[in-house]
Ligand binder design. Structure first.
Ligand SMILES: Nc1ncnc2c1ncn2[C@@H]1O[C@H](COP(=O)(O)OP(=O)(O)OP(=O)(O)O)[C@@H](O)[C@H]1O
Ligand SMILES: [Mg+2]
Length: 348
């Protein structure tokens, strides 16, 4: 990564405390939504974050922008830790980062006109005095491909695609340097999705934004993102340059996600269960590699040892991946060869 690091997340964990049983007995348990996740994003770079439902993508996105809980870890923005920032430091985080949400209607106040919805953001962030505000709103609308004649419309008068463009205009109004887009096109028609993705690509390059793009749609991630990170049960299990990961996935979980994209319909969403069985509960994570109960290649040691995350720019947390304990020579994973029956775990 040659551009300077904008965001450097180190060992971030988010645990949600669980309610005690009615009897109030036993230790208090917690749900490990995000465990020990590190990620870097450079200015002008888009990183895709994928994984099954419940893997912790939104929790991670919200935590790094301090819109949600954060239990442990550091979130360095230009080298300054924001994980416990308050006052002026937290205000800087709010000024320099923005989130774009999935539901274009739900994320806008139905009572506010487009002028008021964008004007409010400009006002709160002190971007323009009242005099210059309308001109800036027109500029922002043009930036996201909307006509100034929409200024006095309310969300109810707009299409889903137009609302999402307003959501993006609101995010851009603060002139952020980092955007987290959480499933921001999932609720839109496929044709509109393409337009919004093109818009994000263009804006990302023009404004040199760092972007974390959370999505289920792997084909879209492949088109938009420079790098990709794959999350399973709160951990990143593979990360690397997008084309390298797609062409030679190193973790069996990533491979199963990629194999689930049918070539005839590259825009298809990830199936809710690309592998047999459901992911284990994040309250009771399995010992060793959390993926082992569903892994077609699992060995007995996968049950006991957490695999290290290794491999340089293209890394994976699997003992069979290049640099992993059973593949120190750096070969790709075997195609589909399952482990021998004696090596397999009974629960596979
Ligand atoms: N506020 C909360 N309190 C308790 N548990 C939560 C809370 N928010 C999320 N979780 C749990 O944390 C885990 C991760 O959830 P999260 O919404 O981050 O997943 P996700 O990868 O974004 O899923 P999806 O693809 O469905 O959006 C899930 O088990 C979820 O039930
Ligand atoms: Mg989510």
């Amino acid at each position: 990564m040659s551009a300077p690091v904008l965001l450097d997340v180190r060992n971030l964990s988010v645990k949600f405390p669980m309610a005690r049983s009615r009897m109030g007995l036993g230790p208090r348990r917690s749900l490990n939504a995000v465990s020990d996740v590190s990620m870097r994003v450079a200015a002008g770079e888009t990183v895709g974050l994928v994984g099954e439902s419940g893997s912790g993508k939104s929790t991670f996105g919200r935590a790094i922008l301090r819109l949600g809980e954060l239990t442990r870890g550091e979130v360095l923005l230009d080298g300054q830790d924001m994980a416990r920032a308050r006052g002026e430091d937290l205000a800087r985080l709010r000024r320099e980062t923005a989130m774009i949400f999935q539901d274009p209607y739900g994320s806008l106040n139905p009572r506010l006109t487009v002028r008021q919805a964008i004007g409010e953001v400009l006002h709160v962030h002190g971007k323009k005095g009242a005099a210059g505000r309308d001109a800036r709103i027109v500029e922002l609308l043009e930036l996201v491909g909307l006509d100034a004649t929409l200024m006095d419309r309310r969300p109810g008068d707009l299409s889903g695609g137009q609302c999402q463009r307003i959501g993006i205009a609101r995010a851009l109004a603060i002139e952020p340097r980092l955007i987290v887009a959480d499933e921001c096109v999932a609720a839109l028609d496929v044709s509109i999705q393409g337009q919004i993705i093109n818009l994000l690509m263009e804006l990302g390059q023009r404004m040199h934004l760092g972007m974390i793009f959370i999505a289920h749609d792997l084909a879209m991630v492949r088109r938009l993102c420079d790098r990709i990170a794959v999350m399973y049960l709160g951990r990143i299990v593979e990360e690397g340059p997008t084309e390298q990961v797609f062409k030679a996935p190193r973790h069996p979980y990533t491979r199963s996600l990629i194999e689930a994209i049918p070539e005839i319909d590259p825009a298809r969403m990830l199936p809710s269960a690309p592998l047999p069985g459901e992911p284990p509960s994040p309250v009771n994570l399995p010992e060793g590699c959390a993926f082992h109960p569903r892994c077609p290649l699992a060995r007995s040691e996968c049950r006991t040892a957490v695999p290290p995350f290794v491999g340089g720019a293209h890394r994976a947390a699997c003992i069979l991946a290049p640099g992993g304990r059973l593949n120190e020579v750096g070969e790709n994973l075997p195609e589909t060869t399952p482990a021998t029956p004696t090596e397999r775990i009974e629960t596979c």
